[in-house]
Each structure stands twice: as structure tokens, then as C-alpha cells.
Design a protein around this ligand. Structure first.
Ligand SMILES: [Zn+2]
Length: 153
């Protein structure tokens, strides 16, 4: 039994990712990553919204950024790395969730892409993030050590 919430088994995934007692800490971790991504891409991208409902829907992606006619719908998630499928599942969840926005941006003459930005709860880096960052000429290895500390908060 979890010593903090007294409700669930005290497994590592529970303590790191699910225990309600720690929800404020996850929010901070999540927000720190969002802030870091905004800071990293904003010299090259226009930030259209951050944590706001978009296109008249109830969908609230962490970041919507625009470069020319391209729109990136970025949502940060920190899945627990317990299973080898954790990142794939997180990726698919985010794509499914924000897919309804794609035709709405298309109707505005923009090409939208959903970008799940995945950093494992234990700090592991999802290599798919690099594909997104490279479009901004950002490379993970170019990050300073303090940037990497944020990604592993
Ligand atoms: Zn608990």
C-alpha cells in the first residue's frame, strides 16, 4: 500500500507518475519542459497559443507554434518508462487527441502537425523529439547541461 495516498500499491510507476499526492510536482515537471520548448523554438516560430483552448474547441494543447504556413501542435507528456511501448502509446494518444484540429487549421490554409513531445518520467529522452527540434536547427546535444537538467527534473 502506498505510504503517501494509502490507496494504491506502492509501485515505482505509481509513486513517480500516478500518486495524487505528487500531482503538483508532475505539473511543475511538465511546465518546466513546456517553458523550455517555448524558449528553444520561439526565436524561429511564432507562438500562437500556450495552454489555451484552440480553434473554438475544448482542446488545449501545451503549445501551438507557427512557422510560415506550418503549424505545430505540441503537447508535452512524461510517461513512465515501464514498458517498451510506453513512448509509442503516449505518441498515439496525443496524435488521436489532437487530430480533430488538423482540418481546422487546414481550412485556414495551414498545414498542421501534432507533435507529442515525450520525456520519460525517469528522465529518458524520446528520440522523436529530435525530429521536431531539428526543424528549428536545435540539437539535443547542443543543449547546455542546465537545459538537460530541466528535461530530467
Ligand atoms: Zn500513492
Amino acid at each position: 500500500m502506498c505510504r503517501r495516498c494509502q490507496q494504491w500499491n506502492e509501485t515505482l510507476p505509481h509513486v513517480i507518475n500516478h500518486c495524487g499526492i505528487h500531482s503538483h510536482a508532475w505539473q511543475l515537471r511538465h511546465n518546466a519542459i513546456v517553458e523550455r520548448v517555448i524558449k528553444a523554438i520561439s526565436p524561429k516560430a511564432k507562438i500562437l497559443s500556450a495552454n489555451q483552448n484552440v480553434c473554438g474547441t475544448t482542446l488545449r494543447p501545451d503549445i501551438v507554434a507557427q512557422v510560415g504556413k506550418k503549424v505545430f501542435i505540441v503537447d508535452v507528456t512524461c510517461p513512465f518508462e515501464g514498458a517498451s511501448t510506453a513512448f509509442t502509446a503516449a505518441w498515439e494518444d496525443k496524435c488521436t487527441k489532437y487530430e480533430p484540429l488538423l482540418p481546422l487549421y487546414q481550412a485556414m490554409g495551414l498545414t498542421a502537425t501534432v507533435v507529442p513531445f515525450i520525456v520519460g518520467a525517469l528522465g529518458s529522452w524520446c528520440p522523436w523529439n529530435d525530429k521536431f527540434l531539428k526543424q528549428f536547427k536545435l540539437f539535443r546535444l547542443g543543449l547546455t547541461s542546465s537545459d538537460l537538467e530541466i528535461f530530467s527534473d
